[in-house]
Design a protein around this ligand. Structure first.
Ligand code: IDP
Ligand code: MG
Length: 138
């Protein structure tokens, strides 16, 4: 069985602009996860480059950072047993066109022809990532 974990959820600028903060949090809480800490902020370039370090050098890296700088984001420390995998499951796969209906990206997202895929939310992908990312954002 899964241990008690925390994960970093980011509500990205596209979701904030579309007034979907409450909808994302509603889905997390409806699933049974606990919002332990939450803040809305304009992230710095330095923070975003560190957060997305694994993608440095990829063609979408600069568009990704620019997109994340384009408006406020909401950072959430979300807690629950198995929450790292569980939130990734709630979020759905990276491309919102193919993300399954029932997921945040599948229900609420679509492609817009932009250089970076705008997909509403981020969730840490492993225990190592969640520790690293939570320390960056909180
Ligand atoms: P994830 O958010 O589902 O974990 P990652 O592979 O970690 O996906 O990529 C980080 C973010 O970069 C994605 O959420 C998406 O916004 C963007 N992205 C990922 N792959 C591509 C791509 O091939 N083209 C454009 N943007 C991408
Ligand atoms: Mg990722």
């Amino acid at each position: 069985m899964s241990e008690l974990q925390q994960t970093l959820v980011l509500i990205k600028p596209d979701a904030v602009k579309r007034n979907l903060i409450g909808e994302v949090i509603r889905r997390c809480e409806a699933k049974g996860y606990e919002v332990v800490e939450l803040k809305k902020l304009a992230a710095s370039r330095a923070l975003l480059e560190e957060h997305y370090a694994e993608h440095h050098g990829k063609v979408f890296f600069e568009p990704l950072v620019e997109f994340m700088l384009s408006g406020d984001v909401v950072a959430i420390r979300l807690e629950g047993h198995g929450v790292i995998e569980g939130f990734r499951s709630l979020a759905g796969s990276t491309n919102p066109t193919s993300a399954a209906p029932g997921t945040i990206r599948g229900d609420l997202g679509r492609e817009w022809g932009t250089k970076v895929v705008q997909n509403l939310v981020h969730g840490s992908d492993s225990a190592e990532s969640s520790s690293r990312e939570l320390a960056l954002w909180f």
